[in-house]
Design a protein around this ligand. Structure first.
Ligand code: HEM
Length: 399
């Protein structure tokens, strides 16, 4: 379908290549910002918003830059329902209010921290058994820790395996990005939807009788219709595992590539919290958010027609020199405050405190406590994938 762009002086990036972006999107982002804050990319039929100020402005204007779409339905198709992330206020707000209390710092401290710490210990022990030169930090630590954390946060039963959660998350993410409409991806999504539905068929009646502190229980307790509960649980499965997984490996990769900064963090000169935020800024796990123009608007000097498909380039905004001095430089000592790696505005990530606690307070400090000489094993290949969702798929490590 043609996008409904009308551009007065709308610069066009006919060279933007999504395949090239999966290798390293940042050089193309730099070129896009040079063209301006609002740029049309024919290869993805989307108007990109490229700079920090423009992405921030779009996020503060959800009436125009809507998260609701009737034509871009890959997320709805992938997870089998419409979650809060694809709704606008006031409908979005009702669901968002239901999930917030379970993921805020108070709940993390009171309910989750001990369990999240236990998960780190368990998988750390397993990785140590696998040994230096053999272990893969993604496969053996980041993925299972992020999966088990989410199993616990959702209140899923203990017989749900980390490999299942990993696969469901990967399938849903693949479906959300399945713009080419690859039927095999939908087969994977359908299978994962059916498996998650089978878990919820048993779990929901139990949680109605015996509510607990889990995300799923809270969504039920506020009286949301069951299909809405199911859609938001599936949303949490897609982002709540994949992104924390990527942040664990991204941090180790970034610190290994900058030994002086690793030394600063390990000596306490720089904080884990700052290193976490700087890594979310510098290697943003979510590179682009889709939005649709709900009403014709003039934005940064460009007229955009209703129905225009927009991509808010979070990862580009986070490398904007206007917002961060020498933004291409990784620097754990800087203040990355104001980065857009969690989005901004009404949809800003609901799980950001949980992710930060799980990674910056627990997983990373403990990992380097136990394995102070942890480093990338350069004799085996590291693999990155994606640009809309971007992360490391293999991170061989040694110590
Ligand atoms: C470091 C890890 C994470 C990153 C980088 C991340 C990133 C994001 C981003 C960029 C958004 C905004 C999407 C949009 O506006 O279209 C978002 C939304 C969301 N995230 Fe996260 N996320 C992370 C971890 C988590 C975790 C652990 C959970 C849950 C356990 C979670 C649950 C959610 C939910 C429910 C939303 C939708 C909020 C809404 O629509 O109001 N996220 N996340």
């Amino acid at each position: 379908m043609e996008t409904a762009v009308t551009g007065i002086d709308l610069p066009e990036a006919d060279w933007f290549d999504p395949r090239e972006a999966t290798h390293d999107p940042y050089p193309q982002y730099a070129r896009l910002r040079e063209l301006g804050p609002v740029v049309y990319a024919p290869s993805v039929r989307r108007v990109f918003i490229t700079t920090h100020s423009a992405v921030g402005a779009a996020e503060q204007n959800p009436e125009v830059f809507s998260s609701y779409s009737e034509k871009n339905l890959t997320m709805v198709r992938a997870i089998g329902g419409r979650p809060m992330l694809r709704k606008d206020d006031p409908k979005h707000a009702v669901e968002r209010r239901a999930i917030n209390p379970t993921l805020r710092p108070k709940a993390i401290g009171e309910i989750w921290s001990p369990k999240l710490a236990e998960n780190v210990e368990f998988w750390l022990e397993r990785m140590l058994e696998i040994g230096p030169g053999q272990a893969d930090l993604n496969r053996d630590f980041a993925a299972p820790v992020a999966s088990q954390n989410l199993i616990d946060l959702l209140g899923f039963p203990s017989d749900v395996d980390v490999a299942d959660m990993h696969r469901w998350s990967g399938d849903f993410i693949a479906g959300i990005g399945n713009l080419p409409d690859d039927p095999e991806v939908w087969v994977r999504c359908d299978r994962s939807q059916a498996e998650v539905a089978a878990v919820l068929d048993e779990l929901l009646p139990r949680l109605r009788r015996e509510p607990d502190g889990s995300v799923t229980s809270h969504l039920l307790q506020v009286g949301l219709p069951e299909e809405v509960v199911r859609a938001n649980v599936a949303l949490a499965i897609s982002g709540g595992m994949n992104e924390p997984q990527h942040m664990i490996t991204n941090m180790v990769w970034a610190l290994s590539a900058h030994p002086d900064q690793r030394a600063a963090v390990l000596s306490g000169e720089a904080g884990w919290g700052e290193a976490f935020e700087e890594t979310v800024r510098w290697q943003s796990p979510i590179g682009m958010l889709p939005r649709e123009v709900a009403a014709e608007t003039e934005f940064f000097g460009v007229r955009l027609a209703a129905g225009t498909d927009v991509g808010l380039l979070l990862a580009s905004a986070n490398r904007d020199d206007e917002a961060f001095a020498d933004a291409e430089r990784y620097d754990v000592r800087r203040t990355a405050r104001g980065h857009l790696g969690f989005g901004a505005g009404v949809h800003m990530c609901a799980g950001r405190w949980t992710a930060k606690a799980a990674i910056a307070d627990l997983a990373l400090p403990r990992l380097y406590d136990r394995v102070p000489r942890l480093d990338i094993d350069r004799s085996r290949p590291t693999a990155w994938n994606g640009w809309v969702f971007r992360g490391i798929t293999a991170l061989p490590v040694t110590w």
